[in-house]
Write a protein that binds this ligand. Structure first.
Ligand SMILES: *Cc1c(COP(=O)(O)O)cnc(C)c1O
Length: 445
């Protein structure tokens, strides 16, 4: 009897995320044996440059010596402990450091991005209920946004691909426009565009604010929404409007936090401190699932009362504040501090910008955009129009790149890069060369 390969055994028993499993009848699944830095190694002796940080989580490379050591040391002390009635030193230090970094006051742990969003929504809602503003029962969100795929998070997202099927299950929400190239008037500057779109947003907020608890946004970059980068001015205007209308601003920094956009947190581009900030993904350097929700003391105080008042926030996850995940997060923050990472990243992002220039005049490339170490462009046909979704042009780019040692994973027609910060300038050049060839190869068919 022939031995089944790992890929065959996988497809016999597993069900993978974000995948039409039938695709794997023709698309090979790639089991990874080990990884180091930006490189993933498979069982066939092939390697892949992880240009998307393993789904936007990895910051300082795979098998990072400092993070590895921190987790190993923690493992010998405490692997997990109930976080109600009990605590541990790492969770306390991490909360102290995160509150200092974000200028917020209180930290609530959960264990993944979607849960963090659920917590922020529930906290915001209950805050107004506790205050007696019982008409506030809805959330506002931005067009083209993405906040995860549990039902509450899905409700405040706007991507039909994930949401459409489940629409009947989801609570009513208020949709706010977002600056986007498709709505931009020719000749309009990014700031003018933001100002014009904000006028539409303000009308909606003005009409509905009495029923709105909070507005959730991905600050600066809507990542799953085809890497839509919008002007900081829009965030400033939304923040001011939220203040005026007594609506919480909930910043979902799950993808953009921890330096991706060039600042530690994307809100800093607009000098905005939100009412709630959700962090996950890079929080542990991409090692272990952990998330946290940061908020203000004044919000916390609205829950602080006798047990009988019923005002407590009675939400929990079993792995809240897991000590191993926390140790990875602390080591990650140490690296930021010790290695001057944001400064180093600014050189890498300048190199990325230069490398992208070579695509500027390519007939099949449009709308090149970049903020920090997030960069993207859209594939277009020879008339400059978007390819039809069913042509799956992005998938062709993926396949070509995989055959040439690169892991990029376009979102439909949008090719993007979000590499770990340990990528070198040479590796960025290589990545862009392969991408260039992939586009030319795809254009042949
Ligand atoms: C990934 C992501 C989430 C969801 O995080 P999960 O850990 O995958 O549940 C939420 N918001 C944004 C902006 C994200 O990119």
């Amino acid at each position: 009897m022939s031995q089944l390969t790992l890929a065959q055994r996988d497809l016999n028993v597993l069900w993978h995320p974000c995948t039409q499993m039938k695709d794997h009848e023709s698309l090979p699944l790639i089991p990874i044996k080990h990884a180091k830095g930006v490189w993933l190694y498979d069982y066939e002796g092939r390697r892949y440059l992880d240009a998307i940080s393993s789904w936007w989580v990895n910051l300082f490379g795979h098998a990072n010596p400092k993070i590895n050591a921190a987790i190993k040391a923690q493992l010998e002390k405490l692997e997990q402990v109930i976080f109600a009635g009990f605590s541990h030193e790492g969770a306390i230090i991490l909360a102290e450091r995160l509150t200092q970094l974000t200028q917020l006051d209180r930290c609530f742990y959960a264990d993944n991005g979607s849960s963090a969003v659920e917590v922020a929504l529930k906290m915001s809602f209950q805050y107004w209920q506790n205050k007696g503003l019982t008409k506030k029962i809805k959330f506002a969100h931005l067009e083209n946004g993405y906040h995860g795929e549990t039902l509450g998070a899905l409700a405040v997202g706007d991507l039909g691909l994930y949401k459409k099927t489940f629409a009947p299950l989801l609570p009513e929400v208020v949709r706010i426009p977002v600056p986007h190239p498709l709505n931009k008037i020719q000749g309009e500057s990014a700031k003018q565009h933001a100002t014009r779109i904000f006028a539409q947003a303000e009308k909606i907020l003005n009409a509905e604010h009495e029923t709105i608890c909070g507005l959730i946004v991905e600050p600066m970059v809507q990542c799953a929404g085809h890497m839509n980068i919008y002007d900081a001015h829009y965030l400033k205007l939304l923040h001011a409007a939220c203040d005026r209308y007594h609506i919480h601003l909930i910043a979902d920094e799950i993808a953009v936090g921890f330096g991706r956009t060039g600042k530690m947190f994307a809100c800093e581009h607009a000098e905005v401190t939100p009412d709630f900030m959700c962090l996950s993904k890079g929080l542990t350097g991409g090692y272990l699932p952990l998330s946290c929700i940061l908020t203000r003391e004044s919000i916390y105080q609205e829950f602080y009362d006798t047990y009988e008042s019923g005002k407590g926030f009675l939400h929990s996850h079993s792995y809240t504040g897991n000590p191993l995940a926390v140790s990875a997060a602390l080591a990650t923050l140490d690296i930021f501090a010790e290695e001057n990472s944001l400064e180093k990243n600014s050189h890498l992002s300048a190199h990325l910008a230069t490398a992208l220039e070579n695509l500027r005049d390519h007939p099949h490339v449009s709308n090149i955009r970049q903020l920090g170490l997030i960069a993207a462009f859209d594939l277009v046909d020879s008339k400059g129009l978007a390819y039809l979704a069913n042509e799956r042009r992005g998938l062709k780019i993926y396949q070509y790149a995989i055959a040439h040692e690169m892991l990029i994973r376009p979102i439909a027609n949008t090719v993007y890069f979000m590499p770990p910060y340990v990528i070198t300038a040479d590796e960025i050049s290589l990545l862009l060369r392969v991408t260039h060839d992939a586009i030319n190869d795809g254009a042949k068919s």
